[in-house]
Design a protein around this ligand. Structure first.
Ligand code: FE
Length: 206
């Protein structure tokens, strides 16, 4: 069986996000790694013969596996798409996709900010492999994602991500998030998603 190993955090602080917040946030991520490994270990011996949709240990383990595993993946995406003071800018084709999907870069940013203000867990910009770029929110790690969508930019809006620094000023945290985006990482994810996308319109060839 394969176990997960935590990825190190590449920075100690970010613009507007303190070392204390990041240290505590990273501990939460480590918890998801530990729980996922524990769940996978328990699944080895879970009784498949007693599986049912009302209650069974197998069902509960499979359910929490999605919560815990997505807790790992979403945090890794979030930490990776940030760097102190940000880096780079969105590549041209990504801007074209955002324009096609939202009307303009400004409208995408306005929508993503509203998304961050509305979500109870995660705000995600993703390439929907069946059409275009979508912004969608998840109220829990395993609640709200769109099937066949690949995340490009992930924002954690659980209170643990900002409350020590911003208290109830979530908007201030989202503004700091924008300042820290590593666009090189987002561009790379976009390229990888495009390669997997059959239905996406090839904007680069008029
Ligand atoms: Fe978090």
């Amino acid at each position: 069986m394969s176990y997960f190993y935590p990825k190190p955090l590449r920075y100690q602080s970010l613009y507007g996000i303190s070392q204390l917040t990041l240290t505590e946030h990273y501990k939460i991520y480590l918890g998801y790694v530990e729980r996922t490994n524990e769940i996978r270990s328990l699944l080895l011996s879970a009784d498949r013969a007693k599986a049912n949709a009302t209650y069974s240990p197998y069902r509960e383990l499979k359910l929490e596996e999605t919560y815990s595993l997505n807790g790992i993946k979403l945090h890794e995406l979030y930490f990776e798409n940030l760097t102190p003071m940000g880096e780079g800018e969105p590549e041209q084709e990504l801007l074209l996709y955002l324009g096609r999907s939202f009307g303009s870069w400004e409208k995408w940013r306005e929508d993503f900010t509203a998304l961050g203000m509305s979500a109870r867990g995660w705000a995600i910009m993703a390439l929907d492999l069946d059409e275009k770029i979508r912004n969608f929110l998840q109220d829990a790690h395993n609640l709200g994602e769109i099937t066949r969508s690949l995340p490009l930019l992930v924002l954690d809006v659980y209170e643990h991500a900002y409350f020590l620094d911003y208290m109830t000023d979530r908007k201030g945290y989202i503004e700091a998030f924008f300042r820290n985006i590593h666009w090189g990482v987002v561009n790379r994810r976009f390229r990888q998603a495009l390669a997997a996308c059959n239905a996406c319109y090839p904007f680069s060839t008029p």
